[in-house]
Write a protein that binds this ligand. Structure first.
Ligand code: PLP
Length: 395
C-alpha cells in the first residue's frame, strides 16, 4: 500500500527527495577509505546540531529505544539509583527499560499533559544527601502528549540541590526540530534517532556524551556488547565500526545535517514553531483543546488533541487512513482513545500542513464530531498568511 500524501505522525517523518536520493546507492566496502571519508565528518555535524563543542558521539544501528539502552548500560551499573519523572508513554517506557536493566528507579509521577515534575525532582535530589542517585532521566519532548519540558530548568534544579547526578535527556522527537543546547543545559547524555527531525528512515540511534559521561563509561558495569560505546569509539577513531555499519543511513545522516544547516538551524526551529502554531490555531477553531496543559508546554513537533468525552479518538486515525490515505497518530497509554496526534516535524511546510488539517476536518465531519468544516484550515491559513515571510516561513 502506498499513498502520495504527506505523513502526519510524529515520526517517522516525510523523507525529502534529496535524502531519498542520498541513501540510494550501491553497497560499498565499509572497511574502505571511502567509508571513513563519508563517516568521519558526521560527529562534528551532530555536535553542531546539539550545540556542543566537544561531546563524544556514538551512532548505532538501532532506534531511539536502542539509544536508551546504550545510554543506561554504558553509563550505569545494575542496582544504581536513577531519578525519572513519568508524564507520558515514552518517559514510561524509558523507566521500564531501566528497571529491566536492574536499576532502581525513583519515579516522580506527573499528570499526562504536564512536563517533568521539576520541583519534586529537585526535592528528591536535595533529600538524597549521600548522592546515591547516579542519573536524572528526562524526556525533552514527550511525544505521547505533545509536551515539552524545560531542560534548562531541570539543570537548574540539579544544581540548586547541589547534586552531582548525570543528566540524561531523550531528545528523540525534539533534536533537529526544536532548539537543543547540550552544553548550555549541562546534558551528560543526549539521545536521538534518525527518523524524526533528521527526516530519514528509522535505523540510527544517536548518543552524545559529555566528558562526565565519558568518564562513567569506564566504570559502569552495565551488560553491553553490541551497544558498547567504548568499542564504538575505538573503531570510529580508525574510521570504522565494530561491525557492519548501515552505510546508506550514515550517508543520509550527513546529508540531512547539510540540509538542516543549509536552511539554518534557527530557521528550522522557527519553521517548526510556526507550523505548530498554525496547528494550534486550527485546534482552537475546532473548539478542541490540547493534551498539553499550558502554552509553555506546547511541543513544536507534535500536537495531541483531546476529543470530546465518550468519543474514541482512534476512530479518527483509522478513518483518515482508510478513507483519505492520511496518517495521524493514535493516543498511547493513559491517553489512548482520548487523543489523536498530529505530527508536524521534519520535512514539512505550512502548505503541506494545511492539507493535513483539511483532511482532519473531513474525517471529523464524516464521524459527526461537532467541528465546522473549514474553520481550522481558515484559522491556520490566517496565521500562515500573517506570518509569511517571517523567520520559519517555508520559502
Ligand atoms: N523517545 C521518544 C520521545 C519517542 O518519541 C520515541 C518514539 O517515538 C522513542 C523514544 C522510541 O524510539 P524508537 O521508536 O525509535 O525506538
Amino acid at each position: 500500500m502506498s499513498t502520495q500524501n504527506p505523513i502526519f505522525i510524529p515520526g517517522p517523518t516525510n523523507i525529502p527527495e534529496e535524502l531519498r536520493r542520498a541513501i540510494d546507492f550501491p553497497s560499498i566496502d565499509h572497511r574502505s577509505a571511502l567509508f571513513a571519508e563519508m563517516f568521519q565528518p558526521l560527529a562534528a555535524g551532530l555536535r553542531r546540531v546539539l550545540k556542543s563543542e566537544d561531546a563524544q558521539i556514538a551512532v548505532f544501528p538501532a532506534t531511539g529505544t536502542g539509544a536508551w539502552e546504550a545510554t543506561v548500560t554504558n553509563l550505569l551499573s545494575p542496582g544504581d539509583r536513577v531519578l525519572a519523572s513519568r508524564y507520558g508513554m515514552f518517559s514510561h517506557r524509558w523507566i521500564d527499560l531501566c528497571r529491566r536493566h536492574g536499576l532502581q528507579v525513583e519515579v516522580i509521577e506527573a499528570a499526562w499533559g504536564e512536563g517533568a515534575a521539576v520541583q519534586d525532582m529537585e526535592q528528591a535530589l536535595a533529600a538524597d544527601r549521600e548522592h546515591q542517585i547516579r542519573a536524572v532521566l528526562v524526556c525533552h519532548n514527550e511525544t505521547a502528549t505533545g509536551v515539552r519540558t524545560d531542560i534548562a530548568a531541570v539543570r537548574r534544579a540539579i544544581d540548586a540541590a547541589g547534586h552531582p547526578a548525570m543528566l540524561f535527556v531523550d531528545g528523540v522527537s525534539s533534536i533537529a526540530s526544536m532548539d537543543f543546547r547540550m552544553d548550555e543545559w549541562g546534558v551528560d547524555a543526549a539521545i536521538a534517532g534518525s527518523q524524526k527531525g533528521f527526516m530519514l528512515p528509522a535505523g540510527l540511534a544517536i548518543i552524545a556524551l559529555s566528558a562526565k559521561a565519558e568518564a562513567a563509561l569506564q566504570t559502569a558495569r552495565g551488560a553491553r556488547c553490541f551497544f558498547d560505546i567504548r568499542d564504538m569509539l575505538k573503531s570510529n577513531a580508525n574510521g570504522g565500526f565494530p561491525y557492519t555499519p548501515p552505510v546508506n543511513l550514515i550517508r543520509g545522516l550527513s546529508v540531512s545535517i547539510e540540509m538542516l544547516e543549509r536552511e539554518g538551524l534557527e530557521n528550522v526551529f522557527a519553521r517548526h514553531a510556526r507550523i505548530a502554531e498554525g496547528v494550534r490555531k486550527a485546534v482552537a477553531a475546532w473548539g478542541l483543546s490540547l493534551c498539553a496543559r499550558h502554552p509553555s508546554l506546547y511541543s513544536d513537533t507534535v500536537s495531541a488533541i483531546v476529543v470530546p468525552a465518550g468519543f474514541d479518538a482512534t476512530r479518527i486515525v483509522t478513518h483518515a487512513a482508510r478513507t483519505y490515505g492520511v496518517a495521524f497518530g493514535v493516543g498511547l497509554g493513559e491517553v489512548a482513545g482520548k487523543v489523536f496526534r498530529i505530527g508536524h516535524l521534519g520535512s514539512l511546510t505550512d502548505v503541506m500542513m494545511l492539507s493535513g488539517l483539511a483532511a482532519a476536518e473531513m474525517v471529523m465531519a464524516d464521524l459527526r464530531l461537532p467541528v465546522e468544516m473549514g474553520s481550522g484550515v481558515a484559522a491556520a491559513q490566517d496565521y500562515y498568511r500573517a506570518t509569511a515571510g517571517s523567520a520559519g516561513s517555508s520559502v
